[in-house]
Design a protein around this ligand. Structure first.
Ligand code: ZN
Length: 117
């Protein structure tokens, strides 16, 4: 995806490393201090709502609480790997598309369940 910008492989690695470090720092900050969701403050939850609570629970090995907070917390490392691999985590395009579609469907189903339940 970054190749469309005509940047070198080294620049791609540096960019992805910088983004990964920034997201990790934001995640660590969120784990300690919390980051309020602007959508939730307006009364509408988003697909990521509960993610901080889910990671806190998962890190303390309380996976039941983690799934109740946000059932798709487990997909975040996979989505990161997918992005790092230039959206070609698997060699076959159909497998890549199916993998990504399954995660998107998972987020939609989890979102609907959290709203209904
Ligand atoms: Zn949210």
């Amino acid at each position: 995806m970054l190749n469309r910008l005509k940047i070198s492989k080294t620049e791609q690695i540096l960019f992805k490393g910088a983004v990964t470090a920034a997201v990790l720092l934001a995640g660590i900050f969120a784990l300690f201090y919390g980051i309020p969701c602007p959508f939730a403050k307006m009364g509408v939850p988003c697909f990521g709502c509960g993610m901080t609570h889910a990671f806190r629970a998962a890190l303390s090995l309380d996976f039941s609480a983690a799934f109740r907070a946000n059932g798709m917390f487990w997909s975040v490392p996979l989505l990161w790997a997918y992005w790092v691999a230039d959206f070609r985590l698997f060699s076959k395009k159909a497998v890549n598309d199916g993998f990504f579609a399954a995660i998107v469907v998972g987020y939609v189903v989890d979102y609907c369940l959290r709203i209904i339940l």
